[in-house]
Design a binder for this molecule. Structure first.
Ligand code: NAP
Length: 250
């Protein structure tokens, strides 16, 4: 039977690459983001790639930061699909936020989108899955959830918060037959930050998407992407000396 995945932030970067990879593997798609026209182009590309072997992706214009409207819109969308197997909370933003230098607006935007808005969407999906009696929640967190990167305080806090929430969700939802996967990408070449390709061990977005979809299909609890070398380096994540971070301060 065709499986269905819903992805937020599907118009660009990792979300877009996940959509293309799931489509290649024969999944039916529900795609959400703020830019509907971009999603429409992606839908046409997927229909052309798959030759119509699966139904065309369903689309939803959605701003996860607008929690008042987002929950209701997403609830209706999930119901309209008539059976969803996996929900991926991927939408996210980043920007540099220097502490004490007027960066609070940026911090608030990041936390509202990556933490509050993301949890709002995961809550809707969890409720839908409990009623359905099965499902799989996936959150795209970050290796930054394990780190304390200067100029990235709000981003690290948003991802640490999301990973904590996903850990609690995994334990609470297990009894309802719902799996939870916490995805921690390292650096993936997208437009989220300028010159991300220069960061350590940056990987193309297609490779990241393949590894993420593999982890989801295996219903892993946690996926560090790319696995090499970050899985080996993970035990040292909290041990990076301040002097190293100081050199990266922008
Ligand atoms: N790239 C990396 O190195 C990296 C590393 C670790 C974690 N991540 C995480 O991976 C996720 C995707 O990032 P990316 O690198 O693919 O970034 P990206 O290329 O900038 O894409 C971000 C996506 O999120 C959507 N989005 C942003 N704000 C939104 C909102 N308020 N409501 C709905 N959709 C929204 C954007 O679509 P619209 O503009 O159309 O809304 C876009 O589709 C993020 O959660 C990010 O934190 C990325």
């Amino acid at each position: 039977m065709t499986r269905t995945v819903v992805i937020t932030g599907a118009s660009a970067g990792i979300g877009r690459a996940l959509a293309l990879e799931f489509a290649r593997r024969g999944w039916r798609l529900g795609l959400a983001s703020r830019r509907l026209a971009t999603l429409e182009s992606l839908r046409d590309e997927i229909v052309a790639n798959t030759g119509g072997t699966t139904p065309p992706p369903a689309l939803l214009e959605l701003d996860v930061a607008d929690t008042a409207h987002c929950a209701e819109r997403l609830r209706g969308f999930l119901e309209s699909l008539g059976g969803v197997d996996v929900f991926i909370a991927n939408a996210g933003i980043n920007e540099f936020t220097r502490i004490g230098k007027g960066g609070f607006d940026g911090s608030q935007r990041i936390l509202q989108t990556n933490l509050i808005g993301t949890i709002a969407t995961l809550e809707v999906a969890a409720t839908h899955f409990i009623a359905q009696g099965r499902g799989h929640l996936v959150g795209i967190s970050s290796l930054a959830s394990l780190l304390t990167i200067p100029s990235q305080g709000a981003y690290c806090a948003s991802k640490a918060g999301l990973s904590s929430w996903l850990g609690a969700a995994r334990i609470e939802l297990e009894r309802h037959g719902i799996a939870v996967t916490d995805v921690l990408p390292g650096f993936v070449v997208t437009d989220i930050m300028p010159h991300i390709e220069r960061y350590p061990f940056a990987v193309p977005v297609e490779r990241a998407a393949r590894e993420i979809v593999d982890a989801i299909e295996r219903r892993k609890r946690r996926a560090i992407v790319p696995g090499f070398p970050w899985r080996l380096l993970r035990p040292f994540a909290g041990l990076v000396p301040d002097a190293v971070w100081r050199r990266m301060l922008r």
